[in-house]
Design a protein around this ligand. Structure first.
Ligand SMILES: Nc1nc2c(ncn2[C@@H]2O[C@H](COP(=O)(O)OP(=O)(O)OP(=O)(O)O)[C@@H](O)[C@H]2O)c(=O)[nH]1
Ligand SMILES: [Mg+2]
Length: 194
């Protein structure tokens, strides 16, 4: 299992943007284990978030910013998790305020699982972020979303091969219809157990 402290401590503070005051652990409120949802804008993160969480969702500004962060709870095979829907990011090296917040959330809140949601139609454009997350030592599951649109576009993905290359679990979904969501929950709980 990845040591989060180690990652936080070894990533150069310069990359955080404006200083070390941001290295605050923000939520351990109920001691729940966390799932962080990340990915480019408009790939289906919030639909995945809504599928995973129940009715009790809170949306608040990330401290000191105008960026909204949604948090909810998911119960998977009897284990409860806090799920955090992070703002869209193109890169793990932040440029926009949204990207900075997304990066800080990942590095300060220590999710046990990072769900990287991608629009599979544009997989090639999205994989660099997957690689950045993996290289940062984060516990990534790659979620190939929009599989309906991908299939309609005639694009196929060799999931087994990609899984072997990336060495992280990969789960295809259609978030809007719920297809693949049970498999996603299963992979999350397996991953969190390891
Ligand atoms: N066809 C199809 N549409 C989807 C799927 N998942 C999400 N969508 C649609 O894609 C659009 C974007 O979904 P969101 O969940 O808002 O995307 P997001 O990643 O949260 O976007 P930001 O919060 O702006 O970063 C919405 O219109 C969804 O209904 C899917 O699997 N298939
Ligand atoms: Mg969203």
């Amino acid at each position: 299992m990845v040591s989060w402290r180690k990652i936080i401590n070894t990533i150069s503070l310069g990359a955080f943007g404006d200083g070390c005051h941001e290295k605050v652990k923000l939520t351990d409120r109920d001691g729940l284990r966390k799932i962080g949802i990340v990915g480019n804008p408009n790939v289906g993160k919030s639909v995945i978030f809504n599928n995973l969480t129940g009715a009790h969702v809170t949306v608040s500004n990330y401290p000191g910013t105008t960026v909204d962060v949604a948090r909810g709870k998911a119960k998977i095979e009897g284990s409860e998790f806090e799920v955090v829907d992070t703002p869209g990011m193109y890169s793990f090296l932040p440029i926009t305020e949204e990207e900075r917040v997304a990066r800080l959330l990942l590095l300060t809140e220590e999710p046990e699982v990072i769900l990287h949601v991608v629009d599979t139609r544009n997989l090639e454009r999205m994989l660099p972020l997957t690689l950045q997350l993996i290289e940062a030592g984060l516990p990534v599951i790659l979620n190939l979303n929009m599989m309906d649109e991908t299939e309609s576009a005639g694009v196929t993905v060799d999931i087994d091969k990609l899984e072997t290359e990336l060495t992280v679990p990969i789960v295809p979904t259609v978030a809007t219809s719920g297809r693949g969501m049970d498999a996603l929950r299963k992979r999350i709980i397996e991953y969190a157990r390891n």
